[in-house]
Design a protein around this ligand. Structure first.
Ligand SMILES: Cc1ncc(COP(=O)(O)O)c(C=O)c1O
Length: 437
């Protein structure tokens, strides 16, 4: 397709529309690889957008969608269908603790909107606390509540949005070191809740592995502390697992690493392995009970769409059949070792961090001083150059500011993992050469 036409009648999200960066036009894919309309092949180290966890061209999911399409494609939100009921039951079984009732949506943004709405309605309180380095979606409510600077042009957001400092250990906002800090950032969160008035705080929302807004996992112990704080003040804990859910971090859900049960777990992306749009907010029994006798004023036409439910049920079968979560854990160790080797070889790498098959490489101008290669919320030419160089060599990944995020399909094997890391190695040699020594 003509590159000019690509841009003529459609918006390209998260970009200056006139940007000269060439777009990849996908023509097909199989497993961890996809190819474009010119025949170039790419190792998909981003699972498209953190969602194609089971890889491209999965027959079980495709055929499930086809079968459902033949049976019926549309069902009203208030008409039941067996696929939706079965999927809700499976999610209730799969998610930890007494997370038992599912509100289906079409995206992660909607799942978070619903979570925020249920938290406010359920507690009768207004405020939602979100981390400064967080992204919870693209709707006005989720974008202006989260901390990601994409919110800035759209502010003010909903009244009652409060932001708190992150457990971002590589660049601690409190200039402390983990673990001797005693997780001071959690203490600071508690203090902030006290100052805001706990009786006004409906919920605290966290991404268990911060994605685009920072690329870091929560340090061990942090989420348990936040759980305790929420319990102490009667606030709900919302875990945004839109990316982390369904095995990305080597557990079915990232909260499982800490044995924490959030009050609301939000999901999307991997739920259908990205084959059909779907999101979900799964709530604990006590929240479900609250609404037994109260009106639920939120919903969407396509809640639990038949094609999405069919895709999700097939995806869940496939996660199990392929031992995808176990593979994410095992390959995560290979990835972590590979990243440590890269860190040792490249002066431009300040930090590497990963959990399962979710990883971040943080680039710096100097390792000792930790000056970012690209300052927060800036995109100097080197950022585009890294992306271009990777694409030219057949590697598809996510980079923003001074962060490179890696999230290959959970079915990846060691050989492809090493192939991708070798491409990165070559590209980063160029970055090393460009930074002042
Ligand atoms: C952590 C997180 N939450 C929510 C969202 C929004 O999901 P969606 O793009 O499906 O609306 C995203 C999207 O990338 C995300 O990374």
């Amino acid at each position: 397709m003509d590159a000019h036409l690509d841009r003529q009648h459609q918006f390209i999200p998260w970009s200056v529309q006139s940007t000269q960066d060439e777009l990849v036009e996908i023509a097909g894919g199989q497993g961890v690889t996809f190819w474009d309309s010119r025949g170039n092949r790419y190792l998909d180290f981003l699972s498209q957008l953190f969602n194609v966890n089971l890889g491209h061209g999965n027959r079980r999911i495709i055929e499930a969608i086809q079968r459902q399409a033949e049976q019926f494609c549309a069902a009203s939100a208030s008409v039941m269908h067996a696929g939706r009921t079965r999927l809700a039951q499976r999610l209730a079984e799969l998610t930890p603790g007494d997370l038992t009732k599912v509100f289906f949506t079409n995206s992660g943004s909607e799942a978070n909107e619903i979570a925020f709405a249920l938290a406010r309605l359920g507690t009768g309180r207004q405020k939602i606390f979100a981390k400064y380095r967080s992204y919870h979606g693209t709707t006005l409510g989720t974008l202006t509540l989260c901390g990601d600077p994409r919110r800035l042009g759209l502010e003010p957001g909903p009244p009652g949005s409060v932001r708190f400092f992150d457990p971002y250990c590589y660049r601690c906002d409190f200039h402390l070191e983990y673990p001797s800090c005693g997780i001071h950032c959690a203490r600071a969160l508690e203090q902030q809740i006290l100052l805001e008035g706990p009786e006004t705080v409906a919920a605290v929302v966290v991404e268990p592995f911060t994605a685009a807004a920072g690329g870091f996992p929560l340090p061990p112990g942090y989420l348990r502390r936040v759980r305790e704080i929420c319990d102490r003040y009667g606030c709900l804990l919302i875990a945004d697992e839109v990316i982390c859910g369904f095995g990305r971090t080597g557990e079915w859900f990232a909260v499982n690493h800490e044995g924490v049960v959030p009050d609301i777990l939000t999901l999307a992306k991997g739920i259908t392995s990205g084959y059909v749009p779907m999101g979900a907010a799964v709530v604990r029994a006590k929240i479900a009970e609250h609404f037994e006798t109260r009106y639920v004023p939120v919903g969407c036409t396509y809640t639990g769409h038949p094609l999405a439910c069919a895709a999700a049920l097939a995806a869940l079968d496939e996660y199990e059949a392929r031992h995808a979560v176990e593979n994410a854990r095992a390959m995560g160790l290979v990835l972590a070792r590979g990243l440590a080797e890269l860190r040792a070889r490249h002066p431009c790498i300040g930090d590497v961090r990963s959990q399962g098959l979710f990883a971040c490489i943080e680039l710096v101008k100097d390792q000792r001083g930790r000056e970012p290669l690209a300052a927060f919320n800036t995109s100097p030419p080197v950022v585009g150059e890294i992306r271009r160089q990777c694409l030219q060599r057949g590697l598809y990944l996510y980079n923003r500011w001074n962060l490179i995020l890696l999230a290959p399909p959970l079915i990846i094997g060691e050989e492809d993992l090493r192939k991708g890391l070798a491409i990165l190695d070559a590209v980063l040699l160029g970055v090393d050469a460009a930074i002042p020594s």
